[in-house]
Design a protein around this ligand. Structure first.
Ligand code: HEM
Length: 368
């Protein structure tokens, strides 16, 4: 029976040949587990799409009601609690593993020529996923969401020349309103998911075209000189994607999903109190991945300096990261043979962890 179905498809779209072509991709042989991170991200994104669409059957992006609707999903809808929990912890897992995947790629120099396009497409994915997390946080519609929207749109208004205009565009007027929520909703459920859906295949296409570089340990027996760029096209050994890499990818995806499921069941998603637009003493709490950026705001207080934390540092930091393959043009990939890049990377990660930890300490109420 299965053979018959297979033949039916083969006569029309040569399905077997297509699957063979896909599964036959050669992967460097030694670092298999480190190369599961990319597939894990694609898997986690799929989980987000499935749970996100399920939530859409109930959710209403209307400010006074959004928080109560979310509360109803959690407490009144069959499996709503688990759906919300998986959507929240799945988002956290995706952002966390995005950082791990980027670090793997950075420390193995896999962004260098001819893999610049993989990195650039990756940076688009990174931006989209982080903003997805942020807009999702706002859609809960609770007190934190309300204040975060106000604080961030005020932060955007400090952008030189276009700040005021930017705030009006995001808010859909001068004040935060029902329209603001509608804008955030459109960005969260349409614009950003479509961006990710377009860029994942692009990212994979580029990887397929140049071949998977992997880490320096794949090139121990290379006959090419260390300065020769051809060295990084010929790993010592490769394995086919199926079954070698496929099973590793499956094991990691299922293990991470089990942890996400556990966190969703035991901790769930916190809904928080209804917003009070007239409250003057509320300190919004950012999600963990935004604590470092929020912390930066404290180091440059006041109108004269705030532009450093709202615009100058983030824009320069982001531009440098985006253009990394065009800035770092050395041919060496081993982290031990390019100490400057390795030390800078480690310092950056340490700073991120440090700012996140002190950002997690209790804060004074915000003034908006
Ligand atoms: C939704 C987000 C992402 C998905 C689904 C994804 C997917 C993948 C996959 C499946 C691979 C091959 C397997 C592996 O090495 O893990 C890969 C490799 C790669 N990714 Fe990503 N990725 C994402 C985000 C990023 C980001 C944020 C960056 C960097 C800014 C990035 C840069 C790269 C590079 C340069 C490679 C090639 C590595 C090599 O040749 O060794 N990716 N990605």
């Amino acid at each position: 029976m299965l053979k018959k179905i297979q033949n039916w498809f083969d006569e029309r779209i040569q399905l077997t040949a297509l699957i063979k072509e896909f599964n036959g991709e050669r992967i460097p042989a030694r670092g298999g587990w480190a190369y599961t991170l990319g597939s894990l991200l694609a898997f986690l994104f799929t989980v987000q799409v499935v749970t996100g669409i399920s939530l859409l059957f109930y959710y209403v992006p209307y400010f006074p009601e959004a928080r109560n609707v979310t509360y109803f999903i959690k407490h009144g809808v069959l499996l709503g609690n688990i759906l919300l929990g998986i959507h929240l912890w799945g988002a956290f897992a995706m952002i966390f593993f995005l950082l791990v995947h980027m670090s793997r790629v950075y420390f193995s120099g896999a962004y260098k020529k001819p893999r610049e396009l993989q990195w650039v497409a990756g940076m688009v994915l990174f931006s989209a996923v982080v903003v997805l997390g942020l807009t999702g946080y706002m859609l809960i519609g609770n007190e934190n969401s309300w204040w975060t929207i106000n604080v961030l749109t005020n932060v955007a208004s400090h952008t030189p020349f276009i700040g005021g205009f930017l705030r009006i565009i995001i808010r859909g007027g001068t004040e935060t309103s029902v329209l603001t929520m509608q804008h955030i909703f459109a960005v969260h459920v349409w614009l950003l998911p479509l961006t990710v859906i377009m860029f994942i295949p692009m990212h994979l296409f580029f990887i397929r075209k140049t071949g998977h570089q992997g880490m320096a340990l794949e090139y121990k027996n290379s006959k090419f000189e260390s300065g020769d760029i051809n060295k990084w096209k010929h790993p010592d050994g490769t394995v086919p994607f199926f079954p070698d890499q496929f099973y590793k990818d499956m094991i990691v995806a299922l293990a991470v999903f089990a942890v996400v499921y556990f966190l969703a069941v035991y901790f769930g998603a916190e809904i928080g109190p209804m917003y009070r637009p007239l409250a003057l003493n509320f300190a919004p709490e950012a999600d963990w991945y935004f604590l470092a950026s929020e912390e930066l705001l404290k180091y440059f207080p006041g109108h004269g300096l705030i532009i450093f934390s709202t615009t100058i540092i983030p824009v320069i930091g982001f531009a440098v990261l985006f253009a990394l393959p065009f800035i770092d043009r050395g041919t060496e990939r081993s982290p031990f043979k390019r100490p400057a890049a390795t030390v800078l990377g480690i310092l950056f990660l340490l700073l991120l962890v440090y700012l996140t930890l002190i950002g997690a300490e209790p804060k004074a109420p915000a003034t908006v």
